[in-house]
Design a protein around this ligand. Sequence first.
Ligand code: ASP
Length: 335
Amino acid sequence: MNTFKYLYTFLIILSCGNIFGQDNNQSSKWSIALHGGAGTLSPDLTKEKIKMLENHMLEALSIGESILSKGGKSIDAVQAVVIYLEDCPLFNAGKGAVTNLQGIHELDAAIMDGSNLKAGAVAGLRDVKNPVKAARLVMDSTKHVFLIGEGASAFAKSQGLDIVENSYFSTDEMMAQNERIKMRTEEPYPVGTVGCVALDMNGNLAAATSTGGMSGKKWGRVGDVPVIGAGTYANNSTAAISGTGHGELWIRRVVAFDISALMDYKGYTLEGAANEVIFNKISPMGGSGGGIIAVDKNGNISMVFNTETMNRAWSKSDGTFGVGVIKGDDKSFKK
Ligand code: ASP
């Protein structure tokens, strides 16, 4: 009789693992990567600017690391990192976003939870301070995936998100660049979109991306970022992917989903799938190119781009982390 009593008590303790903050499926492994846009080696990319970009990316990374290392969820980590990057004026998302040809900022964002394939996206926002928060609320608090324009703004307001004047998003640097593009002294090119992908200790993958879009875009233009499967995708059985680059190509090639599908249907590794899509599918299409960051279900990270630069940073639970801006110029560290 006593044996049964002990066995019963043992089973109760096992099944109550969660009460003590332990998940039976939990490992101590996590991975995170972020990007701050892909582009060309422009003259204003000075050593000081590179240092600033790297410092801000490492700061953003540390926010995600602290969530993941405490056993937090990947969906919360990617959102927190993207909020930091939206608030940082150096990037083309939130404050610092480019404008359309009418001089108005219109922002897009998406978030996806690989554990249940739930997703939220917003496009054409003009007054929501942090578009990724609106995307998260679309995912969590509506039965929809994608809200746009005034309806998306009204929803964000109703949820209590911070609302700002459109001019809040302007910075001198972005406005000067917009002018040059309007005057046709500079070609529109992708720059400064932000994204984050992560694997948490419970094996859950998540991705989030946010952008002001392509500089020189038409009023009402929506890029790949909020299109689930194009610029943003996460699926626990394959990978979490966030893109940056010439959004029209990313939509036409369904880039993020294609990477996941190559892994799923053809058994590609993450790196193999990302290289196949960026170099064999995107590069031949011309345009201004771009790249992706991704993490797979085993915590492997890929950062693949066909442009001269991609602002990027990554970190893993084994204490290794890195940061880079220019192609081939990656700095790696061990804690
Ligand atoms: N992919 C973004 C868009 O087309 C731009 C970028 O990544 O820089 O809206």
